[in-house]
Each structure stands twice: as structure tokens, then as C-alpha cells.
Design a protein. Structure first.
Length: 195
């Protein structure tokens, strides 16, 4: 394992503030490259999570396992539109640019999906990003998400409008993909162990 997800702590707000004021990171994280946030506003945004009061949103710090160093943040936002919670948005951002392109995002997304489908027992996960964020779209599709909607001209930055892409993954699809991966891994191990 490359990363672990742990609870957000007050001292994490220092590095989170730095990351959330970095235009390149925020372009990929939230489709808002011109987003800036004060330390006070950031603390207010995460106040309920820090106190353990927000049951509809789970905020995590992505920590590199080998160094215990924070490298990003992740969230699960449970939809409360219906009587029974069935859906959650998943999102992640690697704030430490040295951690980019090393498999940390893939592993983090898998941990989030384990939480959504295993611990929370939800029916579907959603992944939202702007259409030009190819890395995010490709990661979601690699994990089994399917494009379900395109919201035309839904976000505005860089002096123009951009489409948002909504991708979805159902629990049974996630379980099928995981079972196929485990079967494939078992066959590889058997092959390597045979005389």
C-alpha cells in the first residue's frame, strides 16, 4: 500500500490552505483555478468535520504510508436527497505535486470506493470533473466509472465556460470489477507457483 486515509486534523489546515490557494491544484481539484480561500474560511468549511459533527461529508488527509507525510485530501459527500442514503460523490486532490503520477491517486480512489461500498453500503458513487480534466476522467474510467451526463457550460474559468462531466459507478459493477481483479491475481499467483 502506498497511501492511507486518515481523519482531518486542525494542524492539517496549514498545508490544506497552501494547496487550496494553488491555481494548478485547484484547477484539477475543483475546476476553480481562480479559487482562493483564507485560513479562517477554510477552518469554517471544515469545522463540522473537525468536531465529528458532519455525517454527510467525510474529509480525509491522504498520507504517504512510507513517510507519514500528508500529500493530499479526499472527501466523500453522501447525498441526502432521499429518505435512504444511496449515493455519494467521491473526490480527491494530490496537493503535493511530487506525488503526481505515482499511483497515489488510483490507490486513494480505491480506498474511497471501499469506504463508499463496503463501510457505508451505498448503491452508487459519483465522480464530477470538468471535461478537459483528462487525468481525472481517465482515472474514473479506469476504476469502472461510466460517463452518465455532461452539463454544458456549467463552470466558468479562464474567461470561458467549460462542460462538467458526471461519471457513475454502481456497487454491483464495483464488486464485479474487484472479483475479476482478484481472480486474475489468483491465476497469476498459481501460474508463478506451478512447477
Amino acid at each position: 500500500m502506498l497511501v492511507v486515509l486518515r481523519a482531518l486534523e486542525r494542524e492539517d489546515l496549514i498545508v490544506l490552505h497552501k494547496w487550496q490557494n494553488d491555481e494548478e491544484i485547484m484547477r484539477l481539484a475543483r475546476s476553480f483555478p481562480d479559487h482562493v480561500i483564507s485560513k479562517e474560511a477554510l477552518e469554517a468549511e471544515f469545522a463540522r468535520e473537525l468536531k465529528g459533527e458532519d455525517t454527510g461529508r467525510r474529509a480525509y488527509v491522504i498520507e504517504e504510508k512510507s513517510s507519514n507525510k500528508p500529500i493530499g485530501w479526499a472527501t466523500i459527500r453522501i447525498h441526502g436527497f432521499q429518505r435512504r442514503n444511496t449515493t455519494a460523490d467521491v473526490g480527491l486532490a494530490l496537493g503535493d505535486k511530487i506525488a503526481w503520477n505515482k499511483g497515489y491517486g488510483t490507490e486513494t480512489a480505491k480506498l474511497l470506493l471501499d469506504e463508499v461500498f463496503g463501510q457505508l453500503n451505498l448503491h452508487r458513487a459519483e465522480w464530477w470533473t470538468f471535461a478537459e480534466n483528462n487525468v481525472s476522467v481517465q482515472l474514473a474510467k479506469k476504476l469502472g466509472f461510466k460517463e452518465e451526463a455532461r452539463l454544458r457550460d456549467a463552470v466558468f474559468f479562464d474567461n470561458r465556460y467549460h462542460d462538467l462531466v458526471v461519471l457513475g459507478l454502481l456497487k454491483q459493477e464495483f464488486e464485479s470489477i474487484r472479483a475479476a481483479a482478484e481472480t486474475s491475481r489468483d491465476k497469476t499467483v498459481s501460474y508463478l507457483q506451478s512447477p
